[in-house]
Design a protein around this ligand. Structure first.
Ligand code: ACM
Length: 684
């Protein structure tokens, strides 16, 4: 009997995943819903389409979302929809209802059902935020045929796997104006992310207008800060999208900017504090033994907390090596008197005092995982950013935090500034195969992608966040077994383009940079190169933080290049297929045509080679064309001499070195192709 049940389970699960896989080819949904059944219904989008919000409640969020829905829909389809604003409690082609208005807290119900039939679409949700999520799904169901645009029939019952699905943006290293943040909030909402973590302060700037301590924004921001009105406006904007906003004031380290304004709170007497211009970890640290530090932080937190309705407040707490603490006699004495054995214990003393302050303000303290020390109360929330690479046990600090009784959020694995592939980030599951109890599981709130901005400006930030963060959003929302890479990549293509609809400039700004590089001449050769090159990974750009200052140019070739280089991905796939088959018959059109394109690219670049910022690209372009020509010769059945093979190998060695802060994303495939040729084709 047991065997029979197991068999039935096995067969039905097998079918479930088969049919889900099948559906993912037809529906470009991201994040993929918890339950979906496809059907043959076709709901035509025409001028008579109407949307009505039904029920006795009045959610500004849903009104706003329905208007945005109509605008996006008519802009995308070109259909002149007659009724451009939502109706109320009326018979309509799209009917939306919900049972309550959310206070936007961590455990809000975001579930919804969505039924698309031939002549009616019905959305039902527990909260207004659930209705918002449904409208985003509906926009992803737009399709077209020879007659026109339509919504694809489906029956969806959806809710998220994790309650905390965030994006952190660092506005300290580079300031990002409100409109940049707003367009990214729109994009977040489109993939159902629900937490915007605002990293507001760091060594390179303090970005909040402070009426209590005005020197903070006057002396420590270069004039680049958000007024309190702007902050309130952004929080309202986010709330309308069903997004919570968590502020971060990073202390006691990462404090050069704060101490530029108020040096008397620093740990090193006589130190000339100034806004930091480089990237890295720096020594300026608040003095945790000075009572004035706590007065300052209490006043500042009280002021900042009032701007952010959310219960969670991030105090940073990362990367304090304690150098200035060690050098301060008074601090050493304080540690002895209070029986604090090391700097970790001193920082815990500091954190516990801040937690009391925040509790008075009705806030929970959240901090990077350095705050998780033996004495830190489990009421704190741990933001896990370090993992096995930093010598922590398997599962990193997230799992140990949950086991110890802390609520925790994961960012390790979602550091999008490391410039790693979408495949890499998508493959990181917050929990993996670790066994947790039900309570421990509940304490894993979710995760956040982190956009640190040392090398990121308003011009480039969108292409650093998107589209990879859409795949991360799916990891946080969708069931764990939605994890097929090719399938995700297929759907991501569509999502990637739809992001432009929201003002995301990840595609168009690359062309802006290239036009600047070429001095507004023909860019096609540059475009070919950017589609093959990727920015250096894992912080190897910027030579340990000393090459670029915060005001250096970020309009360089590397800034026009993106992770998952568009032409490299199919080429690499084709070469790995060829390698597996190891047969001359399998040199595919992708390989041949790519080589053909690259072989002539240097000639196309030559007319603009004298532009000062194009000139440095000459060796890269020339060598790539040279290799492509030689490989083509082989595939065209012309034998190469030993000397030509030698030339191939020396040229590939040159291209294998990082150049202008990029790496050639097809380098390994080209090396494979050379090896393949050496073994499969005779030498002249
Ligand atoms: C961090 O990346 N220092 C939290």
């Amino acid at each position: 009997m047991k065997k029979l049940i197991l068999y039935i389970l096995f067969v039905s699960f097998g079918q479930l995943s088969f049919s889900q896989n099948d559906l993912t080819k037809e529906y470009n949904l991201m994040p993929w819903p918890e339950h979906i059944e496809g059907n043959d219904a076709i709901f035509r989008i025409d001028t008579s389409m109407t949307i009505s919000i039904n029920g006795h409640l009045d959610s500004k969020r849903v009104d706003n979302a329905a208007v945005n829905f109509l605008r996006r829909l008519s802009n995308r389809t070109g259909v002149f929809i007659d009724r451009g604003f939502p109706l109320k409690n009326q018979e309509a082609s799209i009917e939306v209802s919900y049972d309550s208005i959310s206070n936007l807290t961590v455990n809000d119900d975001e579930s919804y059902t969505l039924k698309v039939q031939n002549d009616k679409i019905i959305i039902k949700a527990v909260t207004d935020v659930g209705a918002l999520r449904a409208l985003q799904t509906l926009l992803q169901l737009v399709s077209y045929d020879e007659i026109g645009y339509y919504f694809k029939g489906a029956d969806i019952d959806d809710s998220p796997r994790f309650v905390w699905r965030g994006l952190m943006i660092d506005v300290a290293r580079h300031f990002h104006p409100i409109e940049v943040l707003k367009r990214n909030l729109d994009a977040m909402a489109s993939v159902k992310l629900n937490v915007f973590h605002w990293h507001l302060t760091d060594d390179q700037g303090f970005r909040v207008e402070s009426k209590v301590y005005p020197k903070l924004h006057e002396l420590a921001s270069d004039g680049l800060y958000y007024t309190q009105d702007q902050i309130k406006d952004l929080v309202t904007y986010a709330s309308n999208l069903g997004i919570r906003v968590i502020p971060e004031i990073d202390v006691p380290g990462h404090a050069s900017a704060i101490l530029t304004a108020y040096p008397e709170l620093g740990s090193k007497e006589g130190y000339e504090y100034s806004i930091e211009r480089h990237a890295g970890i720096f020594d300026p640290t608040l003095d945790p033994t000075n009572e004035e530090t706590y007065v300052f932080l209490e006043n500042l937190f009280t002021e900042v907390a009032a701007l952010f309705p959310d219960r969670y407040f991030h105090i940073g707490g990362d990367e304090n090596a304690g150098k200035h603490w060690n050098e301060n006699e008074k601090i050493t004495q304080f540690k002895k008197e209070h029986n604090l054995k090391n700097n970790h214990e001193l920082q815990t003393y500091f954190n516990i005092r801040l937690e009391k302050t925040l509790n008075k303000l009705d806030k929970y303290l959240m901090g990077w995982d350095e705050i998780m020390t033996p004495n830190m109360p489990t009421t704190a929330v741990i933001h896990s950013w370090r993992g096995e690479n930093e010598g922590l046990p398997k599962g990193g600090s997230l799992i140990s935090a949950a086991k110890k009784g802390y609520q925790a959020v994961l960012s390790n694995g979602y550091y999008i500034d490391r410039m790693l592939s979408v495949e890499h980030h998508y493959s990181v599951d917050p929990i993996g195969n670790v066994k947790l109890t039900e309570d421990e599981l509940k304490r894993v709130l979710g995760g956040e992608a982190t956009m640190w901005s040392e090398l990121v400006t308003p011009l480039t930030i969108d292409s650093r966040i998107w589209p990879r963060t859409a795949a991360i959003a799916e990891r946080f929302w969708s069931p764990k077994n939605v994890n097929d890479i090719d399938n995700m990549l297929h759907r991501l293509k569509d999502v990637n383009h739809k992001l432009e609809e929201l003002g995301i400039a990840h595609i168009k700004n690359r062309a802006v940079i290239l036009r600047n590089i070429s001095n507004h001449q023909n860019n096609s050769a540059l475009e070919t190169l950017t589609n093959l090159c990727e920015p250096l990974k894992v912080y190897s750009r910027n030579k340990g933080g000393i090459e670029y200052k915060s005001f250096s140019p970020f309009t360089l070739f590397a800034d026009a290049c993106v992770v998952d280089a568009i032409d490299a991905v199919p080429f690499n796939k084709a070469v790995s297929l060829l390698k597996a088959k190891n047969n001359k018959e399998d040199v595919s059109a992708v390989i041949y045509n790519s080589l053909k394109k690259w072989s002539t690219n240097y000639d196309i670049l030559l007319p603009i080679i004298d532009a000062p910022n194009v000139k440095p690209l000459e060796p890269l372009s020339k060598n790539l064309s040279k290799i492509s020509k030689l490989l083509l010769k082989i595939f065209d059945d012309e034998k190469l001499s030993q000397a030509e093979y030698n030339e191939l190998n020396t040229t590939i060695d040159i291209l294998n070195k990082p150049y202008l802060d990029v790496e050639l994303a097809v380098i390994e495939s080209l090396q494979e192709l050379i090896k393949f040729c050496e073994t499969n084709y005779p030498i002249k």
